[in-house]
Design a binder for this molecule. Structure first.
Ligand SMILES: CC(C)(COP(=O)(O)OP(=O)(O)OC[C@H]1O[C@@H](n2cnc3c(N)ncnc32)[C@H](O)[C@@H]1OP(=O)(O)O)[C@@H](O)C(=O)NCCC(=O)NCCS
Length: 127
């Protein structure tokens, strides 16, 4: 939890998701079946976070009225020094493979801020 909170305070993470509180102290002790929260590691060193949810079953209905069998992904690299090294691409490839392993899933949602043009490029490159 300390590491996730530390990552939340990094300027590049704040810029991508301002005013959002992930309530780690509550959420890390919960395990709802509509979500997976994953830590990416390089040789045992944690470098980033990925969340995969089913937006139709997510409790706050953040995504509104959406079809069943979609997935939505949140992703960030924790330390600025780990950006731009291909780690995010690899994490996203693994996350997408995990989503599409279920044959019912044909669409994955992402929601970068309009201002996060680097993330737009990142997602476009991933297809
Ligand atoms: C988006 C992100 C996960 C990509 O991971 P990464 O390991 O840096 O990406 P890769 O090295 O695989 O690919 C490089 C691309 O990442 C993106 N990227 C690099 N630094 C970034 C930053 N500070 N913010 C957003 N995207 C960034 C760019 O598209 C970059 O390509 P570019 O050099 O052509 O601009 C990572 O940059 C990050 O954690 N950004 C901050 C959080 C975020 O924006 N998450 C997505 C919110 S929807």
């Amino acid at each position: 939890m300390n590491l996730l909170q530390h990552w939340d305070q990094q300027p590049h993470v704040i810029a991508s998701d301002p005013n959002d509180d992930w309530y780690w102290e509550v959420e890390l002790s919960r395990n709802p079946d509509w979500r997976e929260q994953l830590i990416a590691e390089i040789k045992g060193r944690p470098i980033g976070f990925v969340q995969i949810i089913d937006p139709a079953r997510e409790e706050s209905r953040y995504w509104g009225d959406v079809a069943p069998d979609l997935r939505a992904i949140d992703i960030w690299i924790g330390e600025e020094t780990d950006l731009g090294k291909g780690y995010g691409t690899r994490m996203m490839q693994l996350a997408l493979a995990r989503c599409f392993a279920d044959p019912r899933v044909t669409t994955v949602l992402i929601d970068p801020l309009a201002s996060n043009t680097r993330a737009h490029r990142f997602y476009e490159r991933l297809g």
